[in-house]
Ligand binder design. Structure first.
Ligand SMILES: [Zn+2]
Length: 448
């Protein structure tokens, strides 16, 4: 397929802007790119997709999300509203995840994937919990991901909060699904990946952590977990182990270059050094952090010492442009300095750093994943944008932060396959999914 007549935004090391550009896709990868006139002459017989002057960009990665949370929208909580993060977990999320049935997991995932495709989010790193239906739950998610036609890395969050049986089932589900995903990747399918999920230090005993470390080691994977998201995690970990969260996780053998640590809001300087030294990946989720009033992660510091912090949505909408905007604004407010976290750093987090995180879980995608380059996987979005001021490669991040939004995504392509064409979903029936979701969510609310 030949995409013509677009402004190519390559991202990656080159980060070039190619006006009147074209891209040639072959076998799920970008085979050629350059000026439209040249490529049209080189590939006269290729099927055409006219970009209509839109921006042509690499698809976006969301580095931390929860597909299981879709049915929480508009749900009323009985009793007093939660007054802190620990109460939000107990009164909302843990009640919701215990009430999920297998079909809820599947449809809740589809709701999130419709949103992802519409907003140009093509790869998602999910963290799942459905504590009364653990075994097989990751298959329900994978089925939805396969139907949508995008990429996702899945895991089950192991926790001791519901007793030993549930914890052991969580471990079994991770192990089973990791083997399955590894087999798929070995056979050349780079659409599903898996890692070992853990809830958080505060809900895991040392005994359970040790079982998880042994299992993950034998499978050759790292972990995906919440780290020092709220003060409760710090308090509980200090009480149980006498250590701060990152210190405790390091001692337990959880950290390393294949481990993804979500949040890291309440980490001190020593802990950030441990994250850096162990090569642990960190993902920032500013909308969620603001919503839960847990504080603001010191992202500028972590970036400064060399941690390639990525960006996730923690279950908020899959419009990652909104997450970028929030990341950009909250740091200025938090630090009281408008120079904090400039737009180029935010854009680097969303594209370069997130692609790097995704490549850890999908090594088969290769080193060019996340950019428009020859040999890169063809994960591409076309975005409406008619700039009111000159647009250059160097001022592009400020155009992205102040002018672009996910609602301008016109077309989404994953692994060379068009999944959204000019606003029309080609793989999912949005009306049917939303109708079924309303039915299931209504029943789930009654169970809760
Ligand atoms: Zn989360």
């Amino acid at each position: 397929m030949l995409i013509t007549n677009g402004t190519l935004v390559t991202m990656g090391q080159a980060n070039e802007l190619v006006p009147h550009g074209a891209l040639y896709i072959q076998d799920e990868r970008i085979a050629d790119l350059g000026p439209s006139v040249e490529l049209a002459a080189r590939y006269p017989d290729a099927e055409r997709l006219d970009a209509g002057g839109r921006l042509v960009m690499p698809g976006i990665v969301c580095a931390h999300t929860h597909f299981y949370g879709a049915f929480a929208r508009g749900m009323a909580l009985p009793g007093e509203p939660p007054s802190n993060f620990a109460e939000i977990l107990e009164k909302l999320w843990w009640r919701l995840d215990r009430a999920l049935w297998p079909e809820d997991v599947y449809v809740s995932t589809l709701v999130c994937l419709v949103d992802a495709l519409r907003h140009g989010t093509t790869t998602l790193i999910d963290h799942h919990a459905s504590q009364n239906h653990i075994l097989g739950s990751l298959d329900r998610i994978a089925q939805a991901v396969d139907e949508a036609g995008l990429r996702a890395c899945l895991c089950y969050e192991v926790t001791d909060r519901d007793g030993r049986k549930a914890a052991m089932e969580g471990i079994a589900e991770n192990s089973r699904f990791i083997r399955q995903a590894q087999n798929r990747q070995r056979e050349g399918d780079q659409r599903i990946a898996a890692t070992f999920g853990l809830h958080a230090s505060m809900t895991l005993s040392d005994e359970t952590l040790q079982v998880c470390v042994d299992a993950a080691e034998s499978l050759g994977v790292g972990f995906h977990l919440h780290v020092a998201e709220g003060k409760a995690d710090v308090r509980e970990t200090l009480r149980l182990s006498g250590l701060r969260v990152v210190e405790h996780l390091e001692q337990a053998g959880i950290l390393g270059p294949s481990t993804l640590a979500a949040h890291c809001v309440h980490v001190d300087r020593i802990e950030t050094e441990i994250l850096l030294d162990t090569g642990t990946m960190v993902v920032h989720n500013p909308r969620s952090n603001m919503n839960n009033a847990v504080g603001t992660a010191d992202v500028p510091w972590m970036l400064k010492i060399g941690i390639p912090v990525g960006l996730g949505n923690d279950g908020f909408s899959n419009n990652m442009f909104t997450e970028m905007s929030t990341a950009y604004l909250v740091q200025k407010q938090a630090q009281g300095d408008p120079r904090t976290l400039p737009a180029d750093q935010v854009v680097r987090m969303a594209w370069d750093h997130n692609a790097r995180i995704a490549r850890t879980f999908f090594p088969g995608l290769g080193p060019r994943f996340g950019e428009l380059a020859k040999g890169a996987p063809a994960d591409i979005i076309l975005v409406d944008y008619d700039p009111p001021t000159p647009l250059t490669a160097s001022n592009l991040p400020w155009h992205i932060l102040f002018g672009l939004d996910g609602t301008g995504v016109d077309t989404t392509i994953v692994a060379g396959r068009v999944v959204l064409r000019h606003g029309q979903l080609l793989t999912l029936d949005e009306g049917a999914i939303m109708a079924r979701a309303r039915e299931l969510a209504g029943k789930l609310w009654q169970r809760i």
